[in-house]
Design a protein around this ligand. Sequence first.
Ligand code: ATP
Ligand code: MG
Length: 337
Amino acid sequence: MNQVVEKAHLFIVREFPNIVRDVSIEIVKKGHYTSNVLVMRICNGEDKVMKIIANSHEVSQVLDEILDYHAYLRNAGVSVPNSIGFYKFEPGGDLVEVAQFCGESLDDILSKADDDSCRQIVYMICRDVMNPLFQTSSGLILDIGLDPIPRNMTLFFNGSNFIVVYIDFIPPKINGILEIPEPEDSQTREMGFLRHYDKRGLTLNLLMQLSRLRPDKRDLFKEVIFQEMKHSGEYEVIRFLEETPSINFKFDDKGRIQHQIEKLTGFGLDYYILRDVACEICAKTGSDCSKLEKVFMHTHFSSCPPSHDNIKKAKFEIISMLETTTLNNQRQMSLVM
Ligand SMILES: Nc1ncnc2c1ncn2[C@@H]1O[C@H](COP(=O)(O)OP(=O)(O)OP(=O)(O)O)[C@@H](O)[C@H]1O
Ligand SMILES: [Mg+2]
């Protein structure tokens, strides 16, 4: 038996002795904070996930915040698993999170979804996660945040309806916590805060992460996000999106676009605009998604902002996507001729 599954069995024998006979376990994913996510079906037919936490020691120190965070989201009406619990797994002392299994991950669903399903899913993300969270503050800044990436959400049938569920509570986006370990650099903190606790950054990141998965559906994602923000009265967010250059992108002169990209600093809000410009250009040029992934890879950051060199590499990839258009146009032109 696989070592992780074996370990999980041992854990279940100890913590849930009454259900162990009928349990079946399967590894579904690996995450950044969770070294393994396993799904187990217990004897009453209910599925649970068991997340073995990778950096248990650091996570243990914010356990109270994680439980508070889950409870706060739940009370705010954000769709989350009914309950989460933490266990210490000896020997080794691994920390294990056990939660209700809430269906297939949205990144897997979206990667094969048609127009109607994409539209429906983004509508549900806004209805079940973003809007209830945004209702917790009349301003743009939230006390409690989240990371609006499709792999942090699942699609769940609750017996009568499909709902989107937010499933990731580590690190807890509460009390200004951003990462584990917490970044000290002030520019990094500002960028993390914008992404996780500011309605504008949250919405831009949602659009960007959806577009990253499916650049071909970007216009549709924009349309539903604008519609839902309007519906819930988030006019400041709408104004922000309307003024964001990557959303209002004009595809005219290549030299002008190149100049616009070069001007972006890659820090603060510009950092997110740079990533989103990459999504927009990928969507409009029909360019290879691997170039877009390279942009995301070069611009990834954790304890300090991406280096100038990496920002330069990301810009190079974005500009090379524009070459694709030229190539496509030339190809089309030669076909016409
Ligand atoms: N309650 C749940 N129900 C169904 N699937 C889940 C649940 N919790 C986690 N998963 C699956 O496990 C994956 C990783 O979980 P989670 O986001 O909590 O870990 P992570 O360490 O933050 O990973 P990542 O950094 O990739 O987001 C999710 O993308 C999802 O597919
Ligand atoms: Mg996650």
